[in-house]
Design a protein around this ligand. Sequence first.
Ligand code: SAM
Length: 280
Amino acid sequence: MSTIDRLPPLRDVIERHELSARKSLGQNFLLDLNLTAKIARQAGDLSQCDVLEIGPGPGGLTRGLLSEGARKVLAIEKDARCLPALDEIAQAYPNRLQVIEGDALGIDPLVHLTPPIRVTSNLPYNVGTELLIRWLTPKQWPPYWQSLTLMFQREVAQRIVAEPGSKAYGRLALLAQWRCDARVVINLPPEAFSPPPKVSSAVVHLTALSEPRFPANFKTLERLVATAFNQRRKMLRSSLKSISPDIEDRLRAAGLKPTERAEQIPLEGFCALAREVAKP
Ligand code: SAM
């Protein structure tokens, strides 16, 4: 195992601070500091950025981010047992690591961050999708973050980058790809973690576009996509009946066939339909 800093190996840190992994907190730790530095590098040049990290745990990725030059890391951790280990990292990188103990779902990180801001996390699986949806649906666009570099279960990662016609294509793909470039940058087997989870994982890198890829009202688009994918195997004329009594005409006006199914419609088609549906 490599050392990216003068701090002790993560196995020693975990043992000394008795950080036995808790399933309820989605604790699957990364111990290979080569790997955490590699993940940090996927976020680009961090030397001029503040980085938000959710769930630092014993600090493997935190150390990767700091050693790769992040200007500042704000780390939010729910498990108080991790705080002494994180404090050691803060001392090794003076004034560059701020740790907040608490639930990331209930904390506004913005007050502690200075733009430009990037988000990089090995997310706890139990709240990962919820956090992603929050980051993708802020009140204003562009959002406060420039990019998201996030570890997910591979199945979730596939849903984020999915293309029309694939089984994984649905709401998450459309939501993510409407306002971001999204790609899988690293695939990881279960053995990369300690303890190994049951499933494989992947790191997804999302870059915020300055404006949505195609014009559409967010609420209308969201309602259309949710309704269409609720019955993804049905033809649009039937799955979207509740949207408007003349949905067939609106589908045609948007350049879509009423007999097509949700999973065949590209993002551009949904945006065109959202614009048609918004017309009086
Ligand atoms: N970043 C570390 C790593 O890569 O080894 C740990 C990643 S582990 C998958 C997820 C971390 O998120 C755990 O440390 C866990 O305690 C923390 N966590 C779980 N739920 C959380 C929440 N709601 N808010 C903040 N942290 C949370």
